[in-house]
Ligand binder design. Structure first.
Ligand SMILES: NC(=O)c1ccc[n+]([C@@H]2O[C@H](COP(=O)([O-])OP(=O)(O)OC[C@H]3O[C@@H](n4cnc5c(N)ncnc54)[C@H](OP(=O)(O)O)[C@@H]3O)[C@@H](O)[C@H]2O)c1
Length: 211
């Protein structure tokens, strides 16, 4: 199957490598095409560079918006029409950086990124917040763990999106575990209790049940 990845920076390129290693075909797009070209060349035959963000969605059943939170709404508005029948996977943390380089949260305390992103999406797009729960390095080093796979948590309000994102999570070499609806996505973000955790399925379920 084919997945579009818009944003080929730190986390987008890690997600692309892991999905490609699991056999997913990829259509890549980035602001400056050079980073998408370099990544496609590294991945090889399973990845192509799209002409633009809209073109990345052609023939894709899912799209990963691997963008900084502050770039998300602009890109969603740009590609709103073709998003209406897709799984939309968002790994973004609601963070930005000020002029002094200090990282700060862009949403009020208690407001989850998933709820905000859900409000930006067109009707018919199926949102899953996933693939942003670990730093890119930890994500890559934890994939295809054996004998017990590592868990990748996700949050969604949509059963079909849940099935689709579970397939992508397995393709990337992890065991999927749902934390709840998009309101729960704060638990997955930087600062959330499930962020940057490498656990197996049993421990993951006890963490969710115990919350
Ligand atoms: N990096 C991590 O370890 C990590 C882990 C988990 C979650 N996250 C979250 O994931 C999000 C992305 O982080 P990142 O570290 O991957 O950021 P990044 O390295 O800055 O990558 C952002 C990507 O977005 C692309 N982009 C920006 N505007 C675009 C547009 N209008 N159309 C298409 N592509 C556009 C950039 O293109 P160019 O390359 O051409 O500029 C770049 O490829 C953040 O919210 C972060 O909190 C990151």
């Amino acid at each position: 199957m084919t997945t579009a990845i818009i944003g080929t920076g730190g986390i987008g390129s890690a997600i692309a490598r892991q999905l490609a290693s699991g056999g997913e075909n990829l259509r890549l797009s980035s602001a400056d095409k050079e980073s998408a070209r370099t990544l496609a060349a590294e991945i090889g035959g399973g990845a192509v560079v799209a002409v633009d963000n809209g073109d990345a969605l052609h023939g894709a059943s899912a799209v990963v918006l691997a963008l900084r939170f502050t770039a998300l709404k602009g890109v969603i508005d740009e590609i709103a029409d073709p998003l209406t029948d897709k799984l939309v996977v968002v790994p973004s943390n609601p963070l930005s950086t000020d002029a002094q380089g200090h990282v700060f949260r862009v949403l009020p305390k208690g407001q989850s990124s998933g709820e905000v992103v859900a409000g930006w999406l067109p009707v018919g797009a199926r949102l899953a917040m996933a693939f942003g729960t670990m730093s890119a390095d930890l994500f890559e080093s934890s994939s295809n763990r054996s004998p017990e796979p590592a868990v990748l948590f996700y949050a969604t309000d949509d059963d079909r999106a849940g099935q689709e994102v579970e397939r992508l999570i397995r393709t990337a070499g992890f065991e999927p575990v749902k934390v709840g609806g998009v309101k729960q996505s704060g638990r997955l973000e930087v600062g959330g209790d499930l962020h940057d955790l490498v656990v197996g399925p049993e421990q993951a379920r006890s963490l969710i049940d115990g919350a």
